[in-house]
Design a protein. Sequence first.
Length: 674
Amino acid sequence: DTLVTISPAQLGFNAVAKNKNDIVTVPDGYSVSVLYRMGDPILSGVAAFANNGTDTNFAGRAGDHHDGMAFFGLAATGNTRDANSSTRGLLVMNHENITASYLHANGPTAGAARLEAEAIKEIEAHGVSVVEVTQSGGAWTYVQGGALNRRITPNTPMALSGPARGDAQLKTVYSTDGTGARGTINNCANGITAWGSYLTCEENWAGYFRRASGDNANRSAKSVVALNRYGLSQGAAGANNWATVTAANTADQWKFSKWNTTVDTTKAADGTGDYRNEANQYGWVVEIDPYDANSVPRKRTALGRMGHEGAWPAPFVAGRKPVFYMGDDSRGEYFYKFVSATLWSAADANATDRLAIGDKYLDNGTLYVARFDATGQGVWLPLVFGTGVLTAANATYAFANQADVLINTRLAADVLGATKMDRPEWAAVNPANGEVYLTLTNNNASNRPLTGTNAANPRHYNDPVGTTNNYGNPNGHIIRLRETGDTPEATSFQWDIYAFGAGADLDATNINISGLDATNDFSSPDGLWFSRSSNAGGLVNPLLWIQTDDGAYTDVTNCMMLAAMPGRVGDGGARTITNTGTGGATATQSTFVGKAPGMQLRRFLVGPKECEITGIDTTPDGRTLFVNIQHPGENGTASNITSNWPYSQSGTTAGRPRSATIVITKTDGGVIAL
Ligand code: FEO
Ligand code: CA
Ligand code: CA
Ligand code: CA
C-alpha cells in the first residue's frame, strides 16, 4: 500500500436503535436542528411558506425531495470562495422529485387536463437549490436573499457541452442546432470537483415523458430501439400529466408540451419543430458553478447518458487524469467511470471561471463500463466509437459516431458485455487509498432470479415484508473496487463485497453474510459518502457513511444512516452461498466477501416516518454534519397526513410533512462520529 496507512481507531458514538418514531434519532451527545425545508423562501421578497397548498413561486423557494448535497465554503464576507470555511458557505442540493399530494390544497385537482398553476408549481419544485448558510453562536441558519442564492429548475437554460454537442439527435424546437437545453429534472445524487463546481445527475427523467401509442410508426427503427432501451416505450403516459396543460400565455406552452415526446408529423423531420428529441436533452451530468448565480449550467455529454445516480471523483492528483465514478440506477444497469483526457493541474483549483475549467477536464476523455468477473477481478470496457463492436455494423444498434455512443450509453454498454448490477446507486471513494465503494440498493425476482445471479450480485432469497414475499436481493449490498496499481485510470481492478444488507434475524450463512447485529443491520443502501479528508486532523480514519432508501425492512424500522470504518478490498475471501427461491428450490453462487464489518459499522441515525435518508456533507472541519431527509410521510395525502416531520422534531403533532436539510452537531463541539 503506497497510498495510505489507516490507523486503528474506534467509532466514537453509541448505536441508535431501530425505530419507527416520527423524528430523527441521533446518538446521545448529539443534537439535531432543522435548517432548510421544502418551501422555505430563498429569494428576496418571496413570502413565508404557509404549507397549506396555497403557496406559489417555487422558483424562489426550496424545492421538494432534498437529495444529493454539497457544502461550498465562502469567505467571511462577500461572494468569494473559501474552500476551508466551516462557518459560512453555500449549500447546493438536488430536489429530486415531489410529493404532489402536499403541494396543493387538496392534492392534485382531478380532471383530464392539469391546471397550469398546479403543474408549474410541481415543475418548479424540481431541480437544484443554491442557498447561503451561516453559523453564528453555534447555530446554523440559511440567508433569505443571499447574493448567490439561486433555484435551477426544469425550465432553466443550459448548454450542451462535449462530444454530443450539436448532434442531430439533440436538435429541438428550443435549440435547432442541438447545442442548448432547457432545464434539469430528477436530480438524484451528485458530485463535486476540485475547482469548486457542483455536479448534479439526472436519474429517472424518462418517467416524466409521455409518448403516444402509434409513435413508433413515425420514427426510424434506430430511434425506437433507443427510446425503448431508456424506458420510453410508445404508450408511456408520463408522470404528472404536465403535457395536458394549456398555458394562458402561449409563450409558456413549451414548459408543458415538451413533456410529450411524440412525433408531430406536421413538423420538420429533423426535430427542430417539435419535441420528438426532447428526451435526449436529459440523462446527463450537469455542471453548476455555485459561486456565479448568472452562470449557465453545462450538460457534460462525455460522461454519458443514462439514469445517472451520481458522479463522484477519485482524489485529484497533480499530473494524473481526473476520474469520476457513476452508477446508473435501474435494475440490471451498469457501473461506469469517466477518465479525463487532461492531466490535473493543481493551479486550476483556484480558477474563477469554473465552467471553463470544467470544459478542460470534463469534455474530453474516455467513458468506461465495468465488467465484474467470477475471478474477483474486473475490467473497465471503453465506450469508444469505432473500436470493437461499437460500429455501424453492430446488429443490435448501428452506432453512427461517438455522439451516438454517448447519447445511447446503455446500448453501447449492452453490446460490450458489461455486468448487470442490482441497481447501482451512489459511489464513494476512500480519500485515503482510492478504493471505490458502490451501493447496489436491491433487486427483484424477475431481474435477479434464482438462476440469474453472478459473482458480483450473488444473492437470491426471500425477506418478507409483513406477510408479503419479497424475493430477489431485497436488502441490497455494497461492492467495492481496488484499481490495479491503485491508479484510478487503470483499466482493470480487484473487487469484493464490503457488506450485505440484511435483518440480523436472517440466515447467517447465506443471507446475513456480513454478520450484522442489532446495532448495524440495514437494508437497501443508497446514499454513500466518505468523510472529508480535511477533518479529524488529516487522513487518519476516513469514515464511510451509508444511507438507506428502503421498502424491505420498513416493517421493522424507518430508513437510517450508518457510519463505518471499512477495511480494504481483499481482506476477506472467497465464499460460496446457497440461494433459495420459491418452492424451496436452491442454487449455489460463488463470490468474494470482505471481512465482516463487526463493530466497525454502527447505526448513527434513524429518520422519521416514510422518509428516505439521502444527501450528506460536512463542513471542512468535520464538526457540522448536513443530512437530507427526503419525502417524510410520502404515502399520505392532504386529508390523511402520515408524518408531521419536521414539526414533530420539536414535539408538534400537526403540519404537513416537508423534506428538509438537518444539521447535526456534537454537544461538545467535536468531530462528528469520532
Ligand atoms: Fe434517486 Fe437512485 O435514487
Ligand atoms: Ca422485512
Ligand atoms: Ca438515490
Ligand atoms: Ca434509491
